[in-house]
Design a protein around this ligand. Structure first.
Ligand SMILES: [Zn+2]
Length: 154
């Protein structure tokens, strides 16, 4: 799949996680798909336990690769028209929601640094034109990313 097809597939499978779309997705390669899919499944489960008002606060702002690691950024705060701030930290009846989500995200980001982004095998940080986490096979030049990656301004 292409990097953006991976995002499209996730947004279709996890309607609560991506209810507010995604601000910027530069995509990721297939090797990380199972890791990110599991992360989304875990967050979807947490969001399903919230009421719709709370759920609407959550947003995925970015999914991308940076310096060889996954970056999965979320927003769990929103400002209403009259500048009132709603924050999942305070609003959710389940007080640990915010921490639970951040914990899941940071574990997945950590884990991504040991998984080849191309094939999902054990990988390590490789420095080239573009720093990526790759297995020995894919580090052998073949999978070096030549395009431009990343989000505008980030
Ligand atoms: Zn590989």
């Amino acid at each position: 799949m292409s990097e953006l097809e991976n995002i499209t597939k996730l947004t279709a499978e996890f309607p609560l996680v991506f209810a507010r779309g995604i601000r910027c997705a530069s995509g990721f390669d297939d090797g990380w798909y199972p890791l990110i899919r599991q992360l989304c499944a875990d967050i979807e489960k947490i969001l399903a336990g919230l009421n719709p008002e709370e759920r609407a606060i959550f947003r995925v702002s970015q999914i991308k690769e940076k310096f060889g690691g996954l970056v999965f950024s979320t927003r769990m705060q929103t400002t209403t028209a009259n500048n009132q701030i709603f924050d999942l930290v305070y609003l959710a009846e389940e007080p640990m929601v915010y921490e639970q989500i951040l914990d899941l995200v940071s574990k997945a980001e950590e884990r991504s640094r040991q998984i080849c982004e191309v094939c999902g095998e054990d990988g390590a940080r490789r420095e080239g034109n573009w720093i990526r986490t790759l297995c020995d096979t894919h580090a052998n030049g073949a999978a070096r990313y030549e395009g431009t990656r990343g989000c505008p301004g980030g």
